[in-house]
Design a protein around this ligand. Structure first.
Ligand SMILES: Cc1cc2nc3c(=O)[nH]c(=O)nc-3n(C[C@H](O)[C@H](O)[C@H](O)COP(=O)(O)O)c2cc1C
Ligand code: SF4
Length: 472
């Protein structure tokens, strides 16, 4: 294990990460309604730092209130947020873990816009209503584009002032950048729409503006949906960007000053390939009501999810695009459990072919997301040049200490993630955590204890556990 590539440091232009396992962006609604941070978020991030990941990419962190996906996610839209992010960074640094802030803007893809956005249409590259939930939007003017570019530059400045280790631009998965990049979504006729060069302009302008604001020596990476599959759930939508187009965008982003690329897939939420896995109707019928007021298609969807007889229609749409995927790049080592082997083959490393195509075209390190949790598989992906490191979300929710387990010689944790996506479907309404009861021997209370474990107070509260007596 001494020469294990997984645990060799990864060197970026301005940043060294101690190993090749990054916590991919995820968050629960840990924070205050206004986007100020709480101890629960610090406790959440600490779990992964303690578990051995080399770096944590935070959740979606909005650079503007108008660009958030839901309330109760910490923002970076004003200088007052700097001290909180400093605290998060300091906590994970205690474990020699780096913190990369995911600078984000939802555009029209808002799960729950929150009351501040209630009377406003979302800003986007387009005025065309989002196809799945029916979220309303209006195309940004050139002035609004300029203002938004500056918001990202300000966000990067704040991240740097907070002592964090870098930033990631959330330019994949259907959010604002993707709404500009994608030929399936961007219908502009000005210099920010039309040709690939024009569609890439917003992302490249932001990269250049950030470099101007924070200098050359602050780590900057970007997430990209290598293939959009914009027609994944709604078959009559345009498919969007191809891998070849994304490769070109990555080359331009490198020239503009990006230090790394993070490869994802999909340009709409929910997307059957990101995260890849199951779709659970029992969970969605309970949580989807939270989104009913967000768009104008949510009742249609609610009925599709709610009535069992209609479930096969959605299931068909959900699984349709998975069948179009090329076969897995390779398979991991033999796993004795047949069901688990099948799950690993279906879900692990399904973005690796895209990642390799991008890696062959750029000189900066490439990170790949999607299903990783088996040591031998991750090792081969890096050794064979598919990527330089992997980012992991759900499989780390299931086993926060996955890196430590791999380092100790395990190939797969005893209770691996089953890719059931119950964590994802709960996140709109409930605290984030693993909701796969079978992983807790069907003990609901044990599962809840783990899910709720982030809500313990700060250090001073822990020392003061005496219950005061009420004198009447
Ligand atoms: C609950 C949940 C929340 C997520 N939130 C974000 C996010 O805020 N930003 C982002 O870029 N990706 C987000 N993702 C996608 C993950 O970062 C990751 O790319 C995806 O889950 C595939 O990786 P995995 O198979 O390791 O889970 C989220 C995924 C889940 C399950
Ligand atoms: S609920 Fe648990 S097992 Fe299911 S996908 Fe999420 S982390 Fe994995």
């Amino acid at each position: 294990m001494e020469n294990d590539i997984i645990f060799k440091p990864l060197q970026f232009r301005n940043l060294t990460v101690k190993n090749r396992i990054f916590r991919s962006s995820i968050s629960g609604r840990w924070d205050n309604y206004d986007g100020s941070g709480t101890q629960a978020r610090i406790n959440w991030e600490e779990k992964f730092a303690r578990g051995g990941v080399g770096a944590i990419i935070t959740s979606f962190v909005p650079v503007a209130i108008r660009g958030r996906i839901m309330p109760n996610y910490a923002t970076i839209h004003c200088d007052e947020r700097i001290p909180f992010w400093r605290k998060v960074g300091e906590k994970v640094h205690e474990y020699d873990c780096k913190l990369i802030l995911q600078l984000s803007h939802s555009g029209r893809q808002q799960d729950i816009g929150g009351v501040e956005n209630d009377g406003l249409k979302a800003l986007s590259s387009t005025s065309k209503t989002e196809s799945f939930h029916g979220l309303l939007c209006q195309a940004m003017t050139l002035t609004e584009i300029k203002e938004t570019i500056q918001m990202f530059a300000d966000g990067a400045r704040r991240a740097r002032l907070a002592g964090l280790d870098g930033i990631e631009l959330h330019s994949g998965n259907g959010y604002l950048f993707n709404q500009f990049l994608s030929s399936g979504i961007n219908d502009r006729t000005d210099e920010y729409g039309g040709s690939l060069e024009n569609r890439a302009r917003f992302l490249l302008d932001v990269i250049r503006a950030i470099r101007k604001e924070v200098g050359e020596d602050f780590h900057l990476q970007f997430k990209i949906s290598a293939i959009d599959y914009n027609d994944a759930v709604i078959p009559w939508e345009k498919p969007g960007n191809t891998l070849e187009e994304s490769v070109q965008i990555c080359k331009w982003a490198e020239e503009a000053g990006a230090d790394a690329v993070h490869v994802s897939v999909g340009s709409l939420f929910p997307h059957p390939l990101n995260p890849i896995g199951d779709f659970n109707f029992e969970v969605i019928t309970k949580t989807y009501d939270t989104m009913l007021s967000s768009g104008n298609q949510t009742i249609r969807n609610y009925i599709l999810f709610r009535y069992k007889l209609l479930n096969p229609i959605f299931k068909f749409l959900w699984n349709r695009v998975k069948k179009q995927l090329p076969p897995p790049a390779f398979n991991g080592n033999y796993v004795s459990d047949d069901e688990m082997r099948k799950l690993l083959i279906e879900n692990q490393g399904r973005n690796l072919l895209s990642s390799r195509a991008i890696k062959q075209a750029v000189n900066i390190p490439v990170l790949c997301t999607g299903g990783f949790q088996q040591g031998s598989f991750i090792r081969q992906a890096i050794d064979d040049g598919y990527c330089d490191g992997v980012t992991i979300a759900r499989q780390l929710i299931a086993n926060n200490d996955l890196p430590k387990q791999l380092q100790q010689g395990k190939d797969l944790p005893d209770r691996p993630c089953t890719y059931c996506n119950k964590c994802l479907l709960n996140v709109i309404e409930n605290p984030l955590g693993c909701y796969e009861l079978s992983r807790f021997d069907n003990d609901y209370e044990a599962m809840m204890a783990e899910v709720m474990s982030v809500f313990h107070g700060d250090e001073s509260a822990k020392h003061n556990t005496e219950v005061p007596v009420l004198h009447v």
